[in-house]
Design a protein around this ligand. Structure first.
Ligand SMILES: [Zn+2]
Length: 143
């Protein structure tokens, strides 16, 4: 699959994960490009964009933190998971087919790198609505 890599400058050294047990799915709860997430997460005082992959509504897949690095997207799970974020707010909208198919490909790709990972939604392990009630979580779990 084609992963678009931006030349992000991270504010702190990134750490390589030792374990990868989960793929954690998120929504952005809004729209916008990958650079704007990087800017927001820098403002949080983080190293930069906290997700490993970001999937836009047009099906483009962007690398955030490199796939093997510890992210900043889910307390207690960052060091054992890959974080994938989807553009949109799936509390109030539904995912289009192009974005859904890109998500399936992204999950397959991560699973090809890390065997035996379990796909979960952010809300399953943290008090949040993320990735939204309309998010096709069960379908992605079946990938
Ligand atoms: Zn989330």
């Amino acid at each position: 699959m084609n992963i678009i890599k931006e030349a992000f400058k991270f504010a702190q050294a990134l750490i390589t994960r030792k374990k990868t047990d989960f793929i954690i799915l998120h929504h952005r709860a809004g729209d916008g490009d990958v650079e704007s997430i990087h800017a927001e997460h820098l403002k949080n005082g983080w190293a930069g964009i906290g997700y490993n992959l970001y999937i836009r509504k047009n099906g483009q897949v962007f690398q955030g933190r490199p796939i093997d690095k510890v992210g900043s997207h889910c307390p207690n799970y960052n060091s054992i998971s890959v974080g994938i974020c989807f553009e949109g707010n799936f509390e109030i909208e539904k995912m289009n087919d192009v974005q859904f198919k890109a998500g399936v490909e992204a999950i397959k790709y991560v699973k090809s790198l890390y065997k035996n990972t379990k796909t979960i939604g952010h809300r399953e392990v943290y008090a949040t609505k993320c990735p939204g009630k309309n998010f096709p979580l069960d379908k992605f779990k079946g990938v």
